[in-house]
Design a protein around this ligand. Structure first.
Ligand code: ADP
Ligand code: MG
Length: 684
């Protein structure tokens, strides 16, 4: 019997060409093939009588062919095969387009099963291109629950069904199974073999439900085990003791007075670090609430104790900005702050790494480059990740391992649903910054269409004339990247704006530029020499330019609500009255509802709830920005009950076998390891 690891090209009926097509679906081995689940199912188990069936709904009928099928040619060489079929209740005219061979396969006087929709009217019914099979072969396409798979070119549903059938028969009991037998029994879950058989070819809906439950449980159970392992690597441990420093000295050097909420978050974090236990704290606060200062206060405290801190940002631009901000906060105290990012030269990196290892650098700000194996610290005591949902869960763990279990501070502006929080943050303590710095004005938000553009340009002219800066965000980088002439591309739009405003300096920034180029542009924006910055969403997260007073979003319907909220958060950060203009010609109701919600509230939590309601959990963070692995069959927001069960099962199992080293947990251990490894890559 072949193993699940066997490559699909060795499967009977799969040649090189078919194998290549299947590869496009992410299917390489027999195991992948049986793991390729249907997206939906068609219930073809119930037969209807012709006269009793509704129109325009798929039904299965069993009918006798009443006349000899005719073949005719109509315009443009189109071929029609036509005949009439009858049952005890009535008749239907059936037509097939461009399948002339059917004429020789369907015979007068024989009975067939047809699956399709009735059209026409109730007295004269028609059916076009139904799925069909002779009564004698019933059960292949009809009389059953038919799985429907996500397809690509070169692979039809029928072919996939056949390949999966063969694969299941070939692998037999060797289907992937990560569940230890004890767990399966305790939670009354189906056997793996049964589950795989019935997720693809369910005998009835009861069996399908059992199969789904088992597979969803398995997936969430593996995820819960992985998260638990990552977490237990750093919780419940002794933490480096950071004696409470006189934080008033730090506050005294700030250019502003901290808000009550900021101070409270700082107190909580400093207490954690002074407790002798490891800190795992999440600072959650809406955009612009001043999370960076809280981070800086913690860093100051750690550096004052003679130890090092690391600050991870999701993008180079942000790392650059945090570097500048942190230097502002910490250099007055003589602390050295440096950065380490992927775009630095090998020599620069070498020097920084040496200084870091020697303990000459107090705070290192960086991107994923901080995660590489050859970065060593002299005395790392605190790791901060900003907007952490952008990092893979595995990445977070990797940085924590670099010191002697450093304290962890996570900052997020994205309010997340409870279920996800349970997994992503699990045991983190949470500080909420529910207060904005004083003097902030609400960012007035409007949705407008193309007809408003001239007036908008007048507004830009006025604002820039007063010394303010303007952000314009476009969904695309270059024209033709996606064929839709109405989409604004950042590059071309910047040129157009420069032409419209020759007296102003327009700059453009997008993800395809080299990090050095991006840094240079961003630096001139912060310095105030750029008046209008056109960009793709690279500026979405965290960039702080207090002088910016207008955010314009082109093709706003293309963005998610939470994303728009982040974008809007780029303005209104200083003392200037600020605006956000969403440009959209969208007619669709859902898009309109989303943009309306943006205009009505500035509250990030409300917006995320609305986003979740309108778009569903799948899209919640845009493209997988939450850093969790992509789920195969489970729905992280929808399958809450199973998730909770799987989580407590995982906890109990890991309590008994923390390192998953017992033989009956071997398959589980392997899957958990694979999950963690596959998720260690960049999520951005
Ligand atoms: P976020 O929570 O989005 O990361 P930042 O930390 O970037 O917000 O802060 C946004 C802006 O508010 C920055 O320019 C920062 O200097 C300023 N700021 C932070 N705290 C205060 C405060 N207490 N009073 C006035 N301005 C503040
Ligand atoms: Mg921030």
């Amino acid at each position: 019997m072949a193993a699940a690891e066997t490559e699909i090209r060795y499967l009977k009926g799969v040649g090189e060409t078919r194998a290549k097509s299947l590869n496009k679906l992410g299917v390489f081995t027999l195991g992948d093939l049986v793991d390729y689940f249907p997206r939906s199912y068609e219930d073809r188990t119930q037969y209807s009588l012709i006269a009793a069936s509704p129109l325009e709904e798929p039904v299965c009928i069993r009918a006798l062919v009443a006349n000899t099928p005719t073949l005719s040619r109509v315009k443009r060489g189109m071929q029609l095969v036509k005949f009439r079929a009858v049952d005890d209740s009535g008749s239907v005219d059936i037509t097939f387009f461009n399948q002339s061979w059917i004429r020789n396969q369907i015979h007068q006087g024989e009975t067939y099963i047809f699956y399709g929709k009735f059209s026409g009217n109730l007295t004269r019914r028609t059916m076009t291109n139904p799925d069909w099979e002779p009564e004698t072969r019933e059960g292949v396409k009809t009389g059953r629950i038919l799985p429907k798979y996500p397809l690509c070119q070169g692979v039809s549903n029928k072919q996939l069904m056949r390949c999966i059938r063969t694969a299941l028969d070939t692998i037999g009991d060797g289907v992937p199974d990560a569940l230890p037998p004890r767990i399966r029994e305790e939670y009354h879950l189906a056997q793996a073999r049964y589950a795989y058989e019935n997720i693809h070819f369910p005998t009835d809906f009861g069996a399908l439900e059992l199969a789904r439950r088992r597979l969803i449980f398995e997936e969430l159970f593996v995820l819960a085990c992985a998260m638990d392992q990552l977490r237990s690597a750093r919780t419940g441990l002794d933490g480096i003791l950071i004696p409470p420093a006189e934080i008033g000295r730090f506050y005294a050097a700030l250019p502003f007075t901290p808000t009550g909420a900021q101070k409270q978050a700082v107190v909580q974090a400093l207490e954690d670090m002074a407790s002798g236990r490891l800190m795992n704290r999440l600072i959650q606060g809406d955009v612009g609430s001043g999370k960076t200062m809280v981070a800086a206060a913690c860093v100051w405290s750690v550096c004052s104790a003679g130890k090092q801190a690391a600050f991870m940002a999701p993008t180079e631009i942000l790392a650059e900005q945090h570097l500048a901000t942190m230097r502002g906060f910490l250099s007055p105290f003589g602390f050295r702050v440096e950065k380490l990012t992927g775009s630095m030269t090998a020599r620069e990196k070498r020097e920084i790494k040496a200084a870091l290892a020697a303990g000459e650098i107090h705070l290192i700000v960086g991107t994923h480059a901080l995660l590489t194996a050859d970065v060593a610290f002299s005395d790392l005591a605190l790791v901060i990740t900003d907007e952490q949902h952008r990092f893979g869960v595995g990445q977070r763990g990797a940085l924590s391992e670099k010191g002697h279990t450093p304290h962890v501070l996570v900052m997020s502006a994205t309010p997340i649903p409870r279920t996800l929080a349970l997994i992503i943050y699990g045991d983190l303590d949470v500080s909420v910054i529910n207060e904005l710095p004083p003097g902030r004005q609400k960012v007035d938000t409007f949705t407008v269409d193309e007809s408003y553009r001239q007036r908008l340009y007048g507004f830009i002219e006025k604002l820039v004339g007063e010394g303010r800066q303007v952000f314009v965000v476009c969904p695309m980088v270059e024209e033709n990247e996606e064929f839709d002439p109405t989409l604004k591309s950042a590059v071309e739009h910047a040129e157009a704006l420069q032409e419209a405003f020759p007296q102003f300096k327009v700059a453009c920034i997008h993800g395809k530029m080299k990090p050095k180029e991006k840094d240079a542009v961003m630096a001139s924006v912060v310095a105030g020499t750029v008046d209008i910055l056109v960009s793709t969403t690279v500026i979405e997260v965290g960039v702080d330019v207090p002088n910016a007073a207008l955010m314009i979003v082109e093709n706003a319907e293309r963005f998610g609500l939470s994303q728009l909220h982040q974008l809007r958060g780029r303005v209104g950060r200083g003392r200037h009255k600020s605006w956000c203009i969403l440009i959209s010609n969208a007619k669709n109701e859902e898009a309109k509802a989303r943009l309306k919600a943006m205009c009505e509230t500035n509250d990030g939590f409300k917006i995320s709830e609305e986003d979740l309601r309108l778009r569903g959990p799948g899209d919640f963070f845009g493209s997988r920005q939450h850093g969790l692995p992509e789920m195969h069959i489970a729905d992280l927001c929808g399958d809450v009950r199973v998730l909770e069960t799987a989580q407590s099962a995982a906890k109990a199992l890991l309590k008994a076998d923390p390192s998953l080293s017992s033989p009956e947990n071997a398959a589980l251990a392997l899957r958990v390891r694979q999950l963690i490894e596959s998720n260690q890559g960049t999520v951005n």
